[in-house]
Design a protein around this ligand. Structure first.
Ligand code: PLP
Length: 377
């Protein structure tokens, strides 16, 4: 049995009729740039996340970058982010001219460690970018308390976590992207809500941030006059065709996330209790959306290789924390500076996960992981 790590085709196959109709409609109207579907998708996505506004941009990277600009963050400022994330989180801080300051993670959740976060605050710190890695929401209540205490802005990197929630006492819940000052999303084709190309979204409750972002993403324009430019903005618009396709997919996001959650539960049921294997936890304060299903494994490299030989494709996401990336060598970090992240990077293995993964595939993967993980230690 061949089990791919991800699947970027099944959702499109499932929605083929609606998607082709949407593309046809836009081809016929020619409403390609900041068209009606962009406006509608922004409204629908804001409503889905529980924020007042949303702004479509051309990638998750630009969502973060333009958010930093809209908060006035730039040279001389420090921005805290987890040391264990996709590099785009930190790159955007650098693009803005600010300095990324890395924070270790909680190895049980793979998200920023609030205790280390508070230790890293200096007089130059202006903002925090927590990342909801693999679809697991960062500890937003704790992060927001710290941010308020130190007067810092919070930009959530929710690129991997569309639909993830934090459940509060009493049972009501709030989605990621609605906790901080700003939430940033990616619609890269492998994401839980995935475009057919690049795309991103910024969510916020602030009218000021919203209006500023509209300028930054559209070459500094504001209002109806096409040739007055208020800032030296960028061309970072979400395409109308992408927005139309994403509107169709948004209707199914919760159901698709439920499939991921149920496959994750099955993996955990089959793999928990094994010596040398740590499965992801999900306390009842968290609505995880399992963008990735990540386990920790003592003999990770060996298992990864042997699974591949058996047709099971797994991912080492990520083998190098940001402080060890060549791109950030000028920050002068050393191995050992972020022990939790380094340990996770050495042992993490992401098993096949997507919205169309079958139970049969999960069972097949789990049997093989079990056999291989038990072999050598
Ligand atoms: C955590 C995180 N942040 C930011 C990004 C950047 O998103 P994009 O690829 O849409 O630019 C990604 C995408 O992989 C990501 O996983």
């Amino acid at each position: 049995m061949d089990v791919p790590f991800l699947d970027v085709r099944s959702q499109n196959k499932f929605l083929k009729k609606q998607s082709l109709a949407a593309v046809k409609r836009i081809l016929e109207t020619g409403d390609f740039i900041l068209g009606k579907d962009v406006r509608l998708f922004e409204q629908e996505f804001a409503a889905y996340c529980g924020t007042r506004f949303a702004v479509g941009v051309n990638s998750g990277t630009d969502a973060l970058f333009l958010s930093l600009l809209s908060l006035g963050i730039g040279p001389g400022d420090e921005v805290l982010c987890p040391v264990y994330t996709y590099i785009a989180t930190a790159l955007t801080i650098s693009y803005a001219g600010a300095t990324p300051v890395f924070v270790d993670i909680d190895p049980r959740t793979f998200t920023i460690d609030p205790a280390d976060l508070e230790r890293k605050i200096t007089r130059k710190t202006k903002a925090i970018i927590p990342v909801h890695l693999y679809g697991y929401p960062a500890d937003m209540p704790a992060i927001m308390r710290i941010a308020r205490r130190h007067n810092l802005k919070v930009i959530e990197d929710a690129a991997q976590a569309q639909g993830a929630r934090i459940i509060r006492r009493g049972g009501d819940s709030r989605k990621v992207g609605s906790w901080g000052d700003i939430g940033c999303f990616s619609f890269y084709p492998t994401k839980n809500l995935s475009g057919c190309g690049d795309g991103g979204m910024v969510t916020t409750d602030s009218k000021r941030v919203y209006e500023t972002l509209l300028m930054w993403r559209d070459q500094g324009r504001r209002g109806k006059n096409r040739y007055v430019h208020f800032v030296r903005g960028y061309n970072s618009r979400l395409d109308t065709i992408q927005a139309a396709l994403l509107r169709e997919k948004l209707k199914h996001l919760d159901a698709w996330n439920e499939v991921r959650r149920s496959r994750a539960r099955l993996y955990s049921e089959l793999l928990s209790g094994m010596e040398g294997v740590v499965v992801p936890g999900e306390p009842d304060t968290v609505g995880h959306v399992f963008h990735l299903y990540a386990i920790l494994l003592a003999n990770r490299d060996d298992v990864h290789k042997k699974l591949f030989e058996r047709g099971i494709h797994t991912g080492i996401v990520y083998h190098l924390p940001l402080h060890l990336q060549p791109a950030y060598k000028e920050l002068n970090h050393r191995r050992g500076d972020f022990p939790a992240a380094e340990k996770v990077a050495k042992t993490v293995l992401c098993l096949p996960m997507h919205s169309h993964l079958t139970e049969q595939a999960v069972r097949y993967v789990a049997v093989n992981v079990k056999a291989l993980a038990a072999k050598k230690r």
